[in-house]
Design a protein around this ligand. Structure first.
Ligand code: FPP
Ligand code: MG
Length: 323
């Protein structure tokens, strides 16, 4: 059994029921859409976000209908954002398979993303879960802002560490924060608790994205393609930290290289050397562990039951995962 399967075990029944509801929520009478939905469902991801929703709710009692709606809503919006993201990044692969835009072109992928987004929002309206609707709509707004800020920074190549953290807080952590707060809210927790779980999800989400960004530098050598971020002029923490530490002329040289030759293999090699020279990887690891520890600390004042243990293990998984 994989590490992730072991983590899913305490909520396996809930996740199974969730999957069939999630599949139902994607159905369409339009044949083309239905075909694409089928394609998407068959290539599902790790389902980390629904796991966060269920575990955060389960800490406070048995799972209710509201939690299933919240989990479907989060997964629908996450899926919508990935379909759009592959258009934005002009990426033809997702989870090792062809992306929607690769198979059906951008026009269709944009509309498919819109469809998933609207299906998610409608689901909350149909179940009259307005608190969930508010939590998730706020996250979608932040996702879009984060993506736009990232594009702006890639154009100007002037991202600082503070801005990097703001970008990843918006583009990734906001949806994790929504998953955790929607989970707690669906269990009937009061506002104060919902806010704590939002903060918890945000900190865990930042750690998640730092890990993702480390993979691009060949971290743990898991066979994932490397150097994609540099190719797209996306500067992430290992490089930002190194640029902050280095001599002025080195900084100018590296930025110029990325500006002019970002798509050359030799550029990534040089950037990787530069990052290793300035401890960019170990610094990012340190930061990731700091965020993980702050996330876990928030949980201390809540019941330390089986679901809580599962949630803590899920956070450990987020920073130790190999894919
Ligand atoms: C993956 O990032 C993408 C995101 C974290 C968010 C994408 C959000 C949008 C495109 C806004 C639109 C949202 C909706 C709901 C309509 P990445 O490119 O760093 O990672 P990757 O390697 O998974 O592509
Ligand atoms: Mg992308």
């Amino acid at each position: 059994m994989s590490k992730l399967d072991a983590l899913k075990k305490p909520i396996a029944e809930e996740l199974n029921l969730f999957e069939s509801r999630f599949r139902d929520s994607m159905k369409s009478k339009v044949a083309l859409l239905d075909r694409i939905m089928h394609y998407i469902v068959q290539r599902k991801g790790k389902q980390v976000r629904p796991m966060f929703v269920f575990l955060c709710a389960r800490i406070f009692g048995p799972i209710k209908d509201e939690t299933y709606t919240a989990a479907s809503l989060i997964e629908l919006l996450h899926t919508a954002s990935l379909v759009h993201d592959d258009v934005v990044d002009d990426s033809h692969l997702r989870r090792g398979f062809f992306s929607v835009n690769a198979l059906w072109k951008n026009k269709i992928a944009v509309l498919v993303g819109d469809y998933l987004l609207s299906k998610g929002l409608l689901l909350a309206v149909e179940h009259e879960q307005y608190q969930t609707l508010k939590i998730v709509s706020t996250a979608v707004k932040e996702l879009s802002e984060g993506e736009l800020m990232q594009i702006d920074k890639a154009r100007k190549l002037d991202i600082t560490e503070d801005v990097y953290f703001e970008v990843i807080r918006q583009k990734t952590a906001s949806l994790m924060a929504a998953a955790c707060s929607a989970g707690a809210s669906s269990a009937g927790c009061k506002q104060e608790v919902v806010s704590d779980f939002k903060k918890f999800g945000e900190l865990a989400g930042i750690a998640f994205q730092i890990k993702d960004d480390l993979f691009d530098y060949g971290y743990q050598n898991i066979g994932k393609p490397t150097g994609i971020d540099i190719k797209e002029k996306k500067m992430t923490l290992p490089l930002i930290h190194s640029l902050q530490k280095c001599e002025n002329n080195d900084r100018r040289r590296i930025i110029n290289l990325i500006k002019r030759k970002s798509d050359k293999k030799s550029t990534f090699k040089e950037v990787l050397n530069f990052v290793n020279q300035h401890d960019g990887i170990s610094y990012s690891e340190l930061k990731m562990n700091e965020y993980k520890a702050s996330a876990l600390a928030i949980l201390n004042k809540y019941p330390q039951n089986e679901a809580m243990l599962g949630l803590r293990n899920l956070v450990e998984f987020v920073v130790s995962r190999r894919s």
